[in-house]
Design a binder for this molecule. Structure first.
Ligand code: ADP
Length: 265
């Protein structure tokens, strides 16, 4: 809080009053601070793959290109890093579009149950063998307004995280429950879990619970931040529950359509 004091004089230089202006500068400062941190994070996140690529390319130029065994490995590292950088820049562009509200949601009336089955079917076709996807979906339809493409992005991100962090033979439970005015979607895994004090942070931009590990898994640290923006833009809420060593559950809500009033509840 910033306070400014001034004294009021009349024509004869007599003091007739005092003015105090109190401004709340904390909000502006917080925004400035966040912006500075964000720029510093972006620079750091982009510098890491670039320096890796630089050193591998230097090694190749210095002669490793002639080694039939080493050369393909080094090239594959630089290729992976390039791909990760492209993913990151695409994620950043998307976040920036959502920040400036320069995006229109393409909402359509959707039966969430049927739609969710389709998303899981797609994962079932391509998933690694070491995980099992288990569905707990209601039998009857649940109508919501959705931007399907954006919702698919959320589910892709949350389900692939669950797969990524699942142990051998791990079960991932995908559940949809009807509540009074919302539907509740949850994706539960039996992976390594997240410490209690880090649970909220995973929705922040670039936050990774274990930097080295998730970077190796090809993550950008932006997936859940994007998911949060998308869910909130569709009037839902997203959060996480976890027990370290036991697993993680990501949950989100979406408003149900009100049949009688043909709108939201
Ligand atoms: P990333 O690209 O690193 O996966 P996300 O934004 O999707 O970025 O996730 C942020 C961080 O949250 C991850 O780096 C990881 O530490 C943690 N996390 C997300 N999902 C899970 C999960 N299912 N189990 C354990 N940790 C998770």
């Amino acid at each position: 809080i910033r306070a400014e004091f001034s004294t009021v004089f009349d024509d004869e230089d007599e003091v007739t009053g005092f003015i105090t202006v109190i401004t709340d500068v904390t909000e502006q400062e917080r925004i400035d601070q966040e912006r500075r941190e964000f720029v510093s994070n972006v620079s750091h996140e982009l510098r890491t793959p670039l320096t890796t690529m630089k050193s591998y390319m230097e090694a190749l130029t210095d002669g490793a290109w002639q080694d039939k065994e080493i050369a393909p490995k080094f090239l594959s590292v630089t290729q992976n890093e390039t791909e990760r950088m492209i993913r990151m820049v695409n994620d950043l562009l998307q976040l920036s579009k959502m920040d400036t509200k320069d995006h229109a949601l393409q909402m359509e009336r959707t039966d969430f149950v049927r739609y969710f089955h389709e998303v899981i079917d797609r994962f079932d076709m391509n998933k690694p063998e070491h995980v099992i996807l288990q569905r707990q979906l209601p039998k009857s339809a649940l109508e919501v307004w959705l931007d399907k493409d954006k919702m698919t992005q959320v589910l892709d991100n949350v389900i692939s995280n669950a797969i990524k962090y699942s142990p051998e033979g791990g079960v991932i439970r995908l559940k949809v429950e009807k509540q009074r005015h919302h539907l509740l979607v949850s994706v539960q895994d039996q992976g390594l879990g997240i410490a209690y004090d880090k649970l909220e942070k995973i929705f922040e931009r670039f936050y990774r619970a274990d930097k080295a590990r998730t970077r190796n898994l090809g993550g950008t640290g932006l997936g859940l931040a994007i998911s949060k923006e998308i869910i909130e833009a569709q009037h839902g809420r997203i959060w996480a529950k976890s027990k370290e060593g036991k697993g993680t559950t990501i949950l989100f809500t979406l408003p149900l359509m009100n049949e009688k009033r043909r709108g939201y509840y």
